[in-house]
Design a protein around this ligand. Structure first.
Ligand SMILES: Cc1cc2nc3c(=O)[nH]c(=O)nc-3n(C[C@H](O)[C@H](O)[C@H](O)COP(=O)(O)OP(=O)(O)OC[C@H]3O[C@@H](n4cnc5c(N)ncnc54)[C@H](O)[C@@H]3O)c2cc1C
Length: 441
């Protein structure tokens, strides 16, 4: 039996996998317990019919030093993203390209006007914003040595925009990009969002993603960890006695550990570690998360106009649209595409109670309302009727009474009889005869 100390890592997201991998490299004996049946957490993905999707993280800004080193070590190649973005504002579309030369600057002038980057007030606010980000550049970045905590205040991002006098149209432009993953960013802390602006919005030509998508990195990590990863093993409780963690309780009972790493969101950590010292609980209590809904679908054609990778609807609840295969063609079989639709918290709250099918239907309907010019977004297409319990009775009763409820209108379709071809044909012939009889009379 091994005498190496046993370390239990709770959670198989990016942090848990990196922790377990590092422990293994240090000659320790990690055991990673993941609650769901998949590793990756918010950097996970799915492989379906030759498509590979990311469920969470999409890109890495240029300052991700530790991540890039890990990618290099694990032989995970990175690709620089091209971010040609369509913005829908005031009923019009404008397309921006990362400004990397005088040529791209000129090409973006019309878009800048649409996005209020050129009005006097907008220009002034942008100058103040850029100046403030530059002044605090050494704090506002995502490198491992960042000093964000030194700048942390109680100010929200919304209050920061107020303080700078950023006019509403420009606010909407900034929110459009932030809203892609953050829902309503104005409630977020100003320091955190300012770091995002500095790292992402003002450096759009320095965004990267692993070839194969961000989830590819978590897959490679899990591969290296082999049998140390146990999925479908939720930790129900971490046992802490006299300030020392002794083990974890899973559905199979108690597992002793020499050390434990909790790599799960703070909200969940609080739930499984009720005995944490007050000071730690208080800090974890301050951590909150946004939520949103993302629908990813495989298509046999590019959904957005040629060259566009993203379509944004600032200030609007229309889902953002992203064609992942513009940057990552290998994530779909040849000639096919992947469309991501994402809505932030405000719209997501309305959709949370619906089933998956209704969510897809609602998001596609929203996306169609102001579809980009030349786009070919999928329609919600009916497949096979489910014939749910009670449907046949309800339809049958309706069919028998339709003549007394409506004079000259009949409804045909497979669902009116047996929802198959024969039912469709029967229903078509039947209603045609009824209408003909009505007209003759
Ligand atoms: C839609 C979206 C887009 C994003 N885009 C980006 C981006 O482009 N770039 C970027 O850098 N970041 C992005 N992020 C953030 C990034 O994905 C996360 O910061 C990061 O993946 C978090 O990793 P983690 O390991 O800390 O947590 P998680 O990924 O949440 O991992 C926690 C894991 O623990 C498991 N778990 C929970 N409870 C238990 C339990 N009791 N027992 C066992 N296991 C448990 C969970 O199932 C999960 O697998 C995005 C996030 C989302 C949601």
């Amino acid at each position: 039996m091994s005498t190496q100390p046993r370390v239990i890592v709770i959670g198989g997201g990016a942090s848990g996998l990196s922790a377990a991998y590092t422990l293994m490299k240090r000659g320790l004996r990690p055991l990673l317990l993941e609650a769901t049946d998949q590793i990756g957490g918010r950097m996970g993905g799915d492989r379906i019919d030759g498509f590979s999707t990311d469920k969470g993280a999409d890109f890495f800004p240029g300052s991700y030093d530790t991540t890039f080193r890990l990618c290099e070590e694990l032989d995970v190649p990175l690709r620089r993203l091209s971010m040609d973005i369509g913005w829908h504002r005031c009923g019009r579309w404008a397309v921006t390209t990362p400004i990397t030369s005088a040529g791209t600057l000129l090409r973006n002038i019309r878009a800048a006007r649409t996005l209020d980057l050129q009005s006097l007030q907008g220009t002034w606010a942008i100058l103040k914003l850029v100046r403030s980000l530059k002044a605090d550049a050494k704090y506002l970045n995502y490198a491992s040595s960042h000093r964000i905590a030194e700048m942390d205040t109680d100010e929200t991002y919304g209050a920061y925009l107020d303080r700078l006098g950023v006019p509403e149209p420009l606010r909407l432009t900034l929110d459009g990009f932030l809203g892609l993953t953050m829902g309503n960013p104005e409630e977020f802390g100003s320091t955190w969002i300012r770091a995002f602006l500095a790292e992402v919005l003002f450096k759009p030509d320095k965004l990267f993603t692993p070839v194969g998508g961000c989830s590819h990195l978590t897959e490679v990590l899990a591969d290296r960890l082999g049998g140390t990863v146990h999925v479908s093993t939720p930790v129900r409780r971490v046992v802490i006695e006299n300030g020392k963690a002794t083990g974890v309780v899973t559905d199979d009972g108690f597992m002793e550990a020499d050390a434990i790493i909790s790599s799960i969101p703070a909200t969940k950590a609080l739930a499984i570690m009720p005995d944490l010292p007050e000071r730690i609980r208080d800090a974890l209590d301050r951590v909150q998360y946004s939520f949103g809904i993302r629908v990813v679908m495989g298509l046999d054609h590019p959904p957005l106009p040629p060259g566009w990778s993203v379509a944004l609807y600032p200030g609007d609840d229309t889902p953002s649209l992203m064609d992942r295969t513009v940057n990552l063609p290998e994530c779909a079989p040849s000639g096919k595409s992947l469309l991501d639709l994402w809505v932030g918290e405000r719209r997501a709250k309305d959709l949370m109670t619906l089933d998956d099918e209704a969510v897809v239907r609602a998001l596609l309907a929203d996306a169609h309302r102001n579809a980009p010019p030349g786009s070919t977004l999928p329609q919600y297409e009916e497949a096979v009727c489910k014939g749910l319990p009670g449907m046949f009775t309800a339809i049958n009763q309706m069919r028998q009474n339709i003549g007394s409820d409506l004079l000259n209108l009949r409804i045909a379709g497979d669902f009116m009889r047996a929802p198959i071809v024969n039912g469709a044909i029967t229903s078509g012939i039947e209603t045609a005869n009824e209408v003909a009889d009505f007209l003759e009379a």
